[in-house]
Design a binder for this molecule. Structure first.
Ligand code: ISL
Length: 558
């Protein structure tokens, strides 16, 4: 397998709005990131992924861009950005930026012109269509509820918006649009950035006949109607040939609707396309047909199988990305661990999982200190457009809204967007003024300062585990084999290369569990790393694992 830096990298994702506020307007900013660069470097990561920092009216917190080559006023200036890049590079940290080009803001000058006149050359930058009997051109639903079409102001036609009505979809069929995108990419790459995370890149090509969909399940609509459109690979290859192949950069495409069967079309080594994609197999577990606020039970066997299937799919041809949360999902310790009694143990166990899989690792801000979900008492406390639109839809459907608020506590994107908890002072040291989104009140005991002072903290465990990965290249490049796939509590796998075999044993439960390993031949296990302080108790081939205990062993074949 070809060795390259972006496969070995550990990426730290920053949601700038919630990271660190230095001018005390309650909103994080670029100078705040500069201030914390030493902290990021000391984690041991290699790359920062910056969520959008471009000009935006913030209908969807920066994912609605009104100027691609300038910085959002609340975040600072282009000079601040240049300084950030310089300061990051001087610490050997790379920066990748979010490229959000499936849609723009409706306040982008292209859309303003497009809306103003049917004769404008910008009209064809977007998808405008005639309605059907006074209604939308087809029955497509938006990710944020309601129709995916909105009638233009004083216009007889409708424009497509797969997300909010303030996020009109760009018409990639138009080569002028594609050239604009290439120009934007070059603008940032020529400044020296190190790559892009490409927002919903699987959605950029549409079936421009815009047929109705018969699917009722929203995930089916994504998979079969919105994603993997007829020209998507052509558009990505063009981007590669026009722009990306001229730079040594990392690319990761966000890939709703991409399956293990289709992934290599995006990331296969010979495809001249992307380095990797984000799939959502594990994050969609427990979500029913209407999406993430439509909750059903799931279990660890399904979770393990997602990792297994994706590793297998990408092992030869492509490359995987590994992440357990981001700015769109619940906090990973709340979602996959136990954020109450076993918060510390389970956060560390998840760190072992995240950092011992094959693929490029993405760690989301705050997860390194075990930040948890938040349970705001009222919908008024929430900011996220997806949360609010789902709440309003549930209200219209006559749902029990107390129950629905509980689902929001569990699933809302704002769980991951509460301000970073730096210390126990007012607003968690994020800002001296009331932040744009309330802090999680647990900042008083869950914060960076408290973690720094405790050798046994989650933060210090992350640092250890990151060093461990860096010292064991087989964790990056070696083979992966899932063991005990039917066990409902234990996630057990091997990582190996020709010199070394490593066994990872993770108890994903609140119970003590016994584990008996097959003794084929004579083998000795040496515990290299554990999330508990004392080594696991062992008798012969039988181990007693404590709740959420996670261990990494070296396997010696005697
Ligand atoms: O689960 C999902 C799809 O199956 C979603 O989380 C999906 O990945 C998401 O809605 C797309 O997210 C990205 O684009 C959005 C923006 O709101 C998100 O923050 C961004 O990550 C529109 O730009």
């Amino acid at each position: 397998m070809k060795k390259v830096w972006w496969k070995e990298s550990i990426v730290y994702q920053i949601y700038p709005r919630s990271f660190k506020d230095t001018d005390n307007d309650g909103i994080g900013d670029i100078r705040g990131i500069i201030q914390k660069l030493d902290y990021i470097r000391d984690l041991g990561v290699d790359v920062i992924w910056l969520c959008p920092v471009y000009r935006s009216p913030n209908d969807d917190n920066g994912y609605d861009i009104s100027d691609y080559t300038d910085i959002m006023e609340e975040f600072g200036t282009l000079d601040d950005f240049d300084e950030l890049l310089k300061e990051a590079h001087s610490r050997d940290l790379k920066i990748i930026m979010d490229l959000v080009v499936n849609h723009t803001s409706d306040e982008h000058p292209w859309f303003v012109a497009s809306q103003k006149s049917k004769n404008s050359p910008y009209r064809n930058y977007y998808h405008w269509r005639k309605g059907r009997a006074g209604k939308a051109p087809n029955n497509w639903p938006s990710f944020f509820k309601g129709s995916a079409w909105e009638r233009g102001k004083n216009d007889s036609e409708y424009y497509l918006h797969l997300f909010s009505k303030k996020q009109p979809d760009l018409n990639w069929e138009n080569s002028a649009v594609r050239k604009e995108v290439h120009r934007i990419m070059k603008f940032w790459l020529d400044k020296g950035i190190d790559g892009f995370r490409m927002d919903v890149i699987s959605l950029i090509s549409k079936d421009i006949g815009f047929p109705d969909t018969d699917y009722e399940d929203f995930y089916d609509v994504i998979d079969h109607v919105y994603a993997n459109g007829p020209r998507v690979h052509e558009f990505i290859r063009e981007m590669y040939e026009e722009v990306l192949c001229h730079y040594d950069v990392m690319t990761v495409g966000e890939g709703p609707g991409i399956t293990p069967d289709t992934a290599n079309l995006y990331v296969g080594h010979s495809r001249k396309a992307l380095n990797m994609i984000f799939h959502f197999g594990h994050l969609h577990l427990g979500s029913n047909k209407n999406g993430k606020y439509d909750v059903v039970p799931w279990d660890l066997r399904e979770f393990k199988s997602v990792f297994n299937i994706w590793d297998e799919a990408l092992a030869g041809e492509g490359w995987n990305s590994i992440f357990l949360g981001n700015h769109d999902f619940a906090r990973m310790v709340s979602r996959f661990g136990n954020d109450a009694r076993y918060r510390k143990e389970s956060a560390k166990l998840l760190a072992i999982l995240l950092l011992s899989m094959r693929g490029t690792v993405f760690l989301y801000q705050g997860d390194e200190i075990g930040m948890t979900n938040v349970a705001f008492p009222s919908i008024e406390d929430y900011n996220d457009i997806e949360t609010i639109s789902s709440y309003r839809e549930a209200e219209r459907a006559g749902r029990d809204m107390d129950e629905f608020l509980k689902i929001i506590h569990d699933r809302s994107r704002d769980n991951a967007r509460t301000p970073m908890q730096w210390n126990h002072s007012e607003n968690g040291g994020f800002s001296k003024t009331t932040p744009w989104l309330k802090c999680n009140p647990n900042y008083r005991h869950i914060n960076v300062a408290e973690n720094e002072g405790d050798p046994d903290s989650i933060l210090n465990f992350y640092r250890r585990m990151i060093r461990f990965r860096k010292n064991h290249s087989l964790l990056v490049y070696g083979g992966f084999q899932l063991l005990m796939e039917d066990d409902p509590d234990l996630f057990v796998y091997k990582r190996f290369d020709k010199n070394l075999e490593i066994l990872v044993v993770l108890n994903f439960s609140n119970k003590k569990r016994e584990l008996t390993l097959d003794a084929h031949g004579s083998r000795e296990l040496i515990c290299l790393l554990s999330n508990y302080d004392k080594p696991v108790s062992q008798q012969g081939n039988t181990f007693l694992l404590r709740p959420w205990e996670g261990n990494i062993y070296k396997v010696l074949n005697l």
